[in-house]
Design a protein around this ligand. Structure first.
Ligand code: SF4
Ligand code: SF4
Length: 104
């Protein structure tokens, strides 16, 4: 099947959507967030037990319960599949899905 996705010059382009970040291996470095223009993911705090506490804007959040921060894909539908986040991730903890395999 011919890809319906093309660039301005008509070249074929297959978006590769970010669908998931593995919280066990993510180090919360923030690199993916910095390169993303679409606000697809955000940093979340995690406690000692590995439970997600919520969106984390500051290391002082959550009254001392914060153990570490991880990136969470909380607005997957905003992703345009540019692939920038995958290029900068040092931990290979992201899962992407090619547009021709994504549900509408
Ligand atoms: S693929 Fe592009 S738009 Fe999607 S989350 Fe990564 S950087 Fe953002
Ligand atoms: S770049 Fe990778 S390791 Fe860093 S916050 Fe994003 S998903 Fe986590």
């Amino acid at each position: 099947m011919t890809s319906p996705f093309v660039t301005r010059d008509g070249s074929k382009w297959m978006p590769d959507y970010l669908t998931f970040i593995d919280g066990k291996t993510c180090i919360g470095c923030g690199r993916c967030f910095k390169v993303c223009s679409r606000e697809v993911m955000h940093l979340y705090g995690v406690d000692d037990a590995g439970e997600i506490l919520g969106v984390c804007d500051d290391e002082d959040d959550f009254d001392g319960e914060l153990n570490r921060m991880i990136m969470v894909v909380d607005h997957a539908g905003r992703c345009i599949g540019c692939g920038a986040c995958a290029r900068v991730c040092p931990k290979n903890c992201q899962t992407h899905l090619a547009a021709d395999n994504a549900e509408a």
